[in-house]
Design a protein around this ligand. Sequence first.
Ligand SMILES: [Zn+2]
Length: 201
Amino acid sequence: MQTFRAGLASAHDALVGAATQWSLSEIPLETWGASAKRTLIRVSGCHPWVGVQNQPFNELVNQLATVERLLDALKWAGSAGFSRVMACHPTTSSGDHDLVVERPDQALGVFEVSDVAGPRGNENNKMANDLRNLVGCKCQYCGYGAEKYLATSSVSGEWLQRLKMRDDRMEELCIASLQFESAPEAGTMITRLTLTDSERE
Ligand SMILES: [Zn+2]
């Protein structure tokens, strides 16, 4: 767990290095937004864990934000007794969980990690979709009874806490509870989700 966290942190820092070396000021003013968004940042060779050659600037920013949430989630998981990382897919939308961890007694935890920008905390229905995926997941880990967690910005965490007040929505989503677990200094909120009995069976 510690080794993995250190490796991920150093990959993160190497990518930030690649992103910040690139100059935003050389782009013509009239196409600044469209160009900056697409400009390919060369990331090959910056860290052994980085497998791609180039990344569009806006994707790189999104991925770095997700990795930062993931690092907070790993830190919290360590403090909650999880000692081993079983799977981690921070930058793909492969359908697998972003993070799967295990306790020494073999209890599992799966995490959906997201960094939704915006004042509502559920822009583009990202949180609602993450919840649905987590509730309905039938993967080997969830089948084994893994605890389900969301690692989000504090704004999205507050959205989850407001959702908790709405019995109709909670029932529709088959969620029994959304337990707020922790908000480390960086402001990442960890929320545990438990399912209603009908969904669990
Ligand atoms: Zn699952």
